[in-house]
Design a protein around this ligand. Structure first.
Ligand SMILES: Nc1ncnc2c1ncn2[C@@H]1O[C@H](COP(=O)(O)OP(=O)(O)OP(=O)(O)O)[C@@H](O)[C@H]1O
Ligand SMILES: [Mg+2]
Length: 356
């Protein structure tokens, strides 16, 4: 087991700083998920930790020790890639054993390790099979077992589930959560899928363009985003964002926080709430909930999520969002919180757009 620390790390490709002056501490034994859009630098970061493609400047510490000059194979890390390469001509057993043979582990010990690990990942009955006779999820587990057998103190995974179908991916997510609990090893998991991040992480590190936007447990990420990027990246469907009549300022609310009722129903609206009427333009009945897209006369549309399917397309509805569920963002995307000096100004701007 080991913690990981990145200190003022920069990675430059052909004069292009993909990651600049990055600081990150990953706690020992945590399940940390690095998430962010394609090209934001997730794989680059993971490869620097593994030592496959070292940083241009700064240092990487594993277990408190600077590993900058230590070769990848000696860092105590194992990496599982998106396109896991398992050897098609070898059996499952041979695949798992491969690295051990290279490391000259004796035969008895190899046998014991392969058996424990294959039981852990649920492959005990498949040891003599060839990969071509396994399902996608089972092959994925061979790749995991092969990494685990080396007893790494840090487990690095780069989108290891992206080749699997949705159902298998959901199942493997649970298996990885259990595996992490069992092993107690530090897991660093990369994905561009925020659902995957939310479901597995103890701690989420959200990146954009090589810069960490926010670091928080899943509930903090969702309920207390630190900026506009985080607010829009986490959540399905994403947070609704609207413009305020104040240079570049924006407001937002989550689709499930809107109260929806038929327009014209009796009852006044609270001046501190965001209230609007609009027409339902789309309805997506998802089973346990229904999503409606509501378009206002100014052309802006907002998504709302309801537990009951009470409305129809072309129906006029009123939306109401209480102030505790409203978010405000300044022109530079930074969050304006309730205790911020300018909060009242944002509230006023919101009231001003009520009849607009
Ligand atoms: N060897 C390289 N040479 C030049 N540029 C590179 C190299 N590797 C990565 N980059 C650039 O660095 C940036 C970050 O790439 P990286 O692979 O880390 O992104 P990512 O977050 O893993 O994206 P994805 O979700 O698509 O896998 C990209 O703009 C990419 O084009
Ligand atoms: Mg990548």
């Amino acid at each position: 087991m080991a913690s990981i620390e990145l200190v003022r790390v920069t990675k430059t490709f052909e004069k292009n700083d993909v990651i600049k002056d990055l600081h990150l501490t990953i706690a020992d034994g945590s399940f940390t998920v690095l998430v962010g859009p394609s090209g934001c630098g997730k794989t680059t970061l993971l490869r620097m930790i593994a030592g496959i493609d070292p940083q241009t400047a700064g240092s990487v510490l594993i277990g408190g020790k600077d590993v900058t000059s230590i070769a990848p194979g000696k860092r105590g890390v194992a990496m599982v890639f998106q396109n896991y390469a398992i050897y098609p001509t070898m059996s499952v057993r041979e695949n798992i054993e491969f690295g051990l043979k290279n490391n000259k582990v004796d035969k008895e010990e190899r046998k014991r390790l392969v058996e424990t690990i294959s039981a852990t990942v649920g492959l005990a009955d498949y040891l003599d099979r060839k990969p071509s006779t396994l399902s996608g999820g089972q092959r994925q587990r061979v790749a995991l077992a092969r990494a685990m057998v080396k007893k790494p103190s840090v487990f690095l995974m780069d989108e290891p589930l992206s080749n699997l179908d949705a159902k298998l991916r959901a199942q493997m997510r649970l298996e990885l959560i259990e595996l992490h609990k069992q092993l107690g090893t530090t897991f660093v998991y990369v994905t561009h899928d925020q659902v995957e991040a939310m479901s597995m992480a103890d701690n989420i590190v959200l990146m954009n363009k090589g810069v960490i936007q926010q670091e928080a447990p899943p509930d903090g990420m969702y309920h207390d985003p630190s900026n506009l990027f985080a607010a829009q990246f986490i959540g399905v469907p994403p947070m609704n964002i609207g413009e305020l009549s104040m240079n570049g300022a924006k407001f937002g609310f989550r689709p499930e926080r809107a109260q929806v009722r038929p327009a014209g129903q009796a009852g006044g609206t609270n001046p501190d709430h965001f209230s609007m009427t609009g027409m339902i333009v789309t309805r997506e009945m998802l089973g346990s909930e229904t999503l409606y897209q509501v378009r206002r006369s100014d052309g802006n549309a907002y998504m709302v999520k309801c537990l009951e399917d009470l409305f129809a397309v072309d129906q006029e509805v009123q939306i109401d969002v209480a102030p505790e569920h409203l978010f405000f963002f300044a022109e530079d995307g930074s969050r304006i919180r309730r205790d911020d000096r300018s909060y009242a100004e944002y509230m006023r701007a919101l009231r001003g757009m009520r009849n607009g």
